[in-house]
Ligand binder design. Structure first.
Ligand SMILES: Nc1ncnc2c1ncn2[C@@H]1O[C@H](COP(=O)(O)OP(=O)(O)OP(=O)(O)O)[C@@H](O)[C@H]1O
Ligand SMILES: [Mg+2]
Length: 318
């Protein structure tokens, strides 16, 4: 018998919606007890991947294994062992916070005093004890998110799948959620944490899978992925004003691999050690002056930029 330490494994998963290939031969494994960050821009296929794992969409090719067995969407045991925090908030607005948890706990087979105990513990865990008897309509965005998370936790799943659980919330709730996720992991829960916020993945993930246009383009620890692009250097030049053709001029400097204009800012990636900063500065000075120069330490954002030539995050966003 093969003993597998993977909680979930996807092999060559293909999912199409008409002409759109949402998942293009995805291979991914979630190891027991790890906190895996799934990072990708809008439309990368993150939700589709999660739905496939949770058995909510059928796939067009490949295979999925859960808890060491082939996925069986009819198997109640698979459903019971997974907790899914959906990207859209899916709580009942005409039930109180407590009643919402009682409902979801009941769906997973909890009854009586055990149900009540789990509901109380889960409300406390997400910091909503004092709101137990209030309706979610009165909640802030962050409180709704926390209730949404609680609904997926009340049955104590061993694999928790979270789809962008911190979108559009206040910093305090974000901090609370990230801290709760860390705590769950310490207690042995395996977590798949999906986001398009690089900082979150850098802060909490043991390992990260980067998904782009339905493809896994990177898989490893944050440190390993960042190290893998250390053969490059980034300089951010902020100009006094936008200048036509400046990206092309900078692009022709020795050592420059890529120039990404972002309004008045230009992100210039060069081969490490190319020593071209003087030349770059000369060009921008001639073109009307430079407001600021930054040479940031590489992040997962740079990993994405290096691999795809695009920004992970829309610069217009918050
Ligand atoms: N039900 C659907 N019907 C048709 N196309 C779909 C459907 N769901 C997703 N898609 C398409 O599949 C691709 C992947 O979408 P998906 O929602 O999985 O991405 P995502 O990474 O979760 O994006 P976001 O960050 O916006 O949530 C996109 O091109 C999307 O338009
Ligand atoms: Mg999504």
């Amino acid at each position: 018998m093969v003993i597998t330490a993977a909680k979930a494994r996807m092999q060559n998963i293909v999912k199409r919606y008409g002409d759109t290939i949402a998942l293009d031969n995805v291979n991914m494994e979630i190891a027991e007890g790890e906190l895996l960050g799934l990072l990708g821009p809008n439309g990368a296929g993150k939700t589709t991947l999660i739905y496939a794992l949770a058995g909510l969409v059928s796939v067009d090719g490949g295979s999925i294994e859960l808890f060491g067995r082939p996925q069986d969407t009819h198997l109640i045991e698979h459903k019971r062992r997974i907790g899914l925090v959906t990207q859209e908030i899916t709580v009942f607005v005409d039930l109180t916070a407590r009643e919402n948890l009682e409902f979801f706990g009941g769906v997973y087979g909890l009854r009586g005093s055990l149900l009540q105990q789990r509901v109380s513990e889960t409300l406390a865990f997400v910091g909503l004890e004092e709101r137990a008897h209030q309706f979610p309509a009165k909640f802030s965005g962050g409180m709704k998110r926390r209730l949404n998370i609680a609904c997926a936790l009340v049955h104590r799943p061993e694999l928790l799948i979270m789809d962008e659980p911190t979108v559009g919330i206040d910093p305090q709730s974000r901090h609370h959620i990230l801290e709760s996720v860390r705590q769950l992991r310490r207690a042995g829960t395996t977590v798949l944490y999906t986001t398009h916020y690089v900082e979150e993945v850098q802060a909490i993930a043991d390992r990260v899978v980067i998904l782009d246009q339905g493809n896994v383009i990177a898989d490893g620890s944050v440190a390993d992925l960042v190290a893998s692009i250390q053969h490059e250097e980034t300089v951010i030049l902020e100009l006094m004003e936008t200048v036509d053709g400046i990206a092309e001029r900078l692009g022709s400097v020795d050592g420059v691999k890529q120039v990404t204009p972002e309004g008045r800012r230009l992100i210039v990636t060069s081969t490490a050690g190319s020593g071209n900063l003087d030349r770059l500065l000369e060009i921008v000075r001639e073109a009307g002056g430079v407001r600021s120069v930054q040479t940031p330490a590489p992040t997962l954002e740079d990993v994405f930029l290096t691999l795809t030539g695009r920004q992970l995050r829309d610069p217009e966003e918050e």
